[in-house]
Design a protein around this ligand. Sequence first.
Ligand SMILES: C[S@@+](CC[C@H](N)C(=O)[O-])C[C@H]1O[C@@H](n2cnc3c(N)ncnc32)[C@H](O)[C@@H]1O
Length: 255
Amino acid sequence: MREFLLIGIGAGDPDYLTLQAIKAINRVDVFFVLDKRAETAELTRFRRQVCEQFATDRPWRFVTLQDPVRDQGQERYTSVVEDWHDARARLLEQAIRTELEEGQCGALLLWGDPALYDSAMRLMEIIQARGNLALDYRVIPGITSVQALAAGHRIPLNRIGEPVHVTTGRQLAKGFPEDLDAVLVMLDGDLSYRKVMEEDMEIFWGAYLGTEDEILISGPAKDVTPRIEQARLTGRAAKGWIMDTYLLRRTRRSD
Ligand SMILES: C[S@@+](CC[C@H](N)C(=O)[O-])C[C@H]1O[C@@H](n2cnc3c(N)ncnc32)[C@H](O)[C@@H]1O
């Protein structure tokens, strides 16, 4: 049996690592990295730094895998993503078989928390279901970008009794959810708030949260979104990629 750990490392600041994550990192023989784009080169460097700083108890090594490219077809989104997960699971299974010996411990260092818009648990389930490799896995939680956003702006994610709704830009573009006054939005490369913004909405936006490049902008959405859009352009031009998250809500609740 090989052991595998999915370790949440927080969404940007090495200080987000929990004591549990540091203990887990020190049990790992092989760290696997699925590297896909220019942006992940910097994230891969971050992971290596985390290991160099915190994995001090035993020898370890990095195995970098070239992530399969995802078909960008928009129409069959769910099945495209499922196919991509399947391809990634096969790649990871093969790498675990060849790079990790029986009795050793492997890991993926996952940005933020493994439970929030991350496919690693799904990959583990696919590998287990295929039944070719005896693998036991555990999940170590991490600080999400959503928590980093709330801390950066010093706001609770919900007002009194209000639900917390986390969604994607892709979903928001279909319309602001009925019966909600606030949404947290991730994975929004298309500025989907433009499609749903109302006169009285406010926005709490953050990019590169937790890192030395962190940018925070908040205020009435109609006033501050031009600044957000400028900051996105400047950030993307300087670094080649951007990761941003925001809370968009009606200033006055409807209930
Ligand atoms: C694939 S999801 C992974 C989320 C991650 N598991 C988490 O717990 O935050 C990637 C999205 O998370 C958000 N994100 C992750 N890290 C971020 C950061 N440091 N600053 C702002 N947004 C971030 C962005 O919306 C990005 O498009």
